[in-house]
Write a protein that binds this ligand. Sequence first.
Ligand code: ADP
Ligand code: MG
Length: 687
Amino acid sequence: PVDRSPEIQEARLKLPVLAEEQVIMEAVRENPCVVICGETGSGKTTQVPQFLYEAGYASGSGIIGITEPRRVAAVSMSHRVAKEMNLPTQVVSYQIRYEGNVTSDTKIKFMTDGVLLKEIQKDFLLQRYSAIIIDEAHERSVYTDILIGLLSRIVPLRNKKGMPMKLLVMSATLRVEDFTDNTKLFRTPPPVIKVDARQFPVTIHFNKRTPLEDYTGEVFQKTCKIHRMLPPGGILVFLTGQAEVHSLCRRLRKAFPFRKGNTTTGVDEEADTSEAMRKFKKAKQKKTVVFRPPPPGTRLCVVATNVAETSLTIPGIKYVVDCGRVKKRFYDRVTGVSSFKVTWTSQASANQRAGRAGRTEPGHCYRLYSSAVFGDFSLFSEAEITRRPVEDLVLQMKDLNIDKVVNFPFPTSPSAEALVAAEQLLVSLGALKEPPRTGRVKDIERARLSCPITPLGRAMASFPVAPRYAKMLALGKQQDCLPYVIAVVAAMTVREIFEDLDRPAGSEDESSKLTQRRARLTQMRRLWAGQGASLLLGDLMVMLGAVGACEFAGCTPKFCEENGLRYKAMVEIRRLRGQLTNAVNAVCPEVGAFVNPKMTPPTEHQVFCLRQIVLAGLGDHLARRVQAEDILDPKWKNGYKTPLMDEPVFIHPSSALFKTLPEFVVYQEIMETTKMYMKGLSAVEAE
Ligand code: ADP
Ligand code: MG
């Protein structure tokens, strides 16, 4: 029996999913797997776990697990459900990468999809759970896809062993054919239950013309116009990235100053959501409790990236301003070169955005592009797994003894090329057994795609970082290098730890300030790069120096601000260092690694070892400077040649190795911006 407060009870009854409770629970009783579709806000995430709880799925030894692609959702949803059910957080709990409040009394457990994947590695049958809900399946995040593939096998296994488990897949869109019409995944298609959302009509206004250059300016104009001219109601603005969100919030606050209650709020992408959520909550509090209208003369305006498209419920939105674009990371399948590009979004996601305007009353969506342009959008966004390298997934699967990854029941399979490339990289890192080189061609081909994991590979799979970095950790024991390797790997994993010195200045005044700051921070980075031997470790030495100095200073926002470090990134590195240290100790307890906040710089000999270790991890990311006498085309001046590319790649001016231009370097990755730039460089000595 659940003892809910009358207010909660009343609010629940308004949720469309409540009307389907019986249908859902009957389907769950009769089928091992069930798919539930319902618009954002229909009550899936908060209510379905409660349905399962009340139907007794957590009354025995098993508990109910719910996975979320985002950490912030796992935390906030666990709190909300605990509150609704009037239960303590020891019973309705969460577990995310670095923290959690799960206890032996936990009955409902919210977690990120990555956490559940790790649990499958420890116990393939997931015996602690009587039911698993995969939430936000429409996002098609890589881990979600893998989990569904794995669970499609685990559920029948559990049934066969006489300890049945239920699987529920929840999606905010109706496009679920990849899960249901996929006999490799589910031999019997699971039933799909549609929850009819209480949706008010949303009037769509297309622009006559489509701004191609200054769409953020257009967004600003439109938002101001809505605020000045249109009746009360919250505005939700969709932009593509953090910088745009912050800049629009600044402009709006400037345009409408001092008027109490004029709230603008930023909601950024994953990396920044926790802070954004904090701000968001503050904004909500200002606006008072959720269901009361805002005080007169005020308006809530939320500026967001596509995070807000489906996973967050923002009350009181009547107007949506949609720039129609989305920022995505692109990888070149052959060369691995990555770039961030702003592209048109899909029709499905534009419709999701529009839908956010009609949750509480009829609304309006302003699409800042023409209907013809909309007609050219792709219908749906592609699954993430088809758009990125998969070596980390392949290693995790091999660790689960899935040798033939090609046969895995992916909802959408990565390309054969991507799978082959992953297998090759893992063999070269020593994580997989080398396939035989002699024998019948057919056998060699087959063996090449089903290499079993090695003991080194098992150790690497236990580290929560990319395989190249996991290899470095596995080698880190030598010469007391481990603390340094851990710090460097953490810094490389977190990415973008330095403030962007290339950013354009807004005004002339700002420009001269920025020039000064640039000079000072460059100086600082030079200091971190060290002297003599340590210079050869290049950008990785700068990272190591930055992490060391920041930790020494107690990792404060002030230190980060003064030294051009992104505070959030540094906090993340600190957590990751702790986590990696534990993971290393679990694999080889004899090392006794610990995080030393007063880490001294590495000795010359240690720097030498570190470079060897880095080379072992990044060996396939080798580049050689083109010698002056070999340059036929001026575009190769100061250029580097890599094995896979015909075009030159370059050292960025902000790199510690920009002036030295060593003959051989290894790089962390290549990013294409104005040129192809190598990032995270370290020098390699020729034999
Ligand atoms: P779905 O998963 O279908 O998108 P949710 O279960 O997340 O829907 O949300 C259902 C409703 O619960 C929302 O419309 C909102 O009104 C309410 N809700 C969710 N989280 C909170 C919260 N933290 N505080 C108050 N109400 C909330
Ligand atoms: Mg939800």
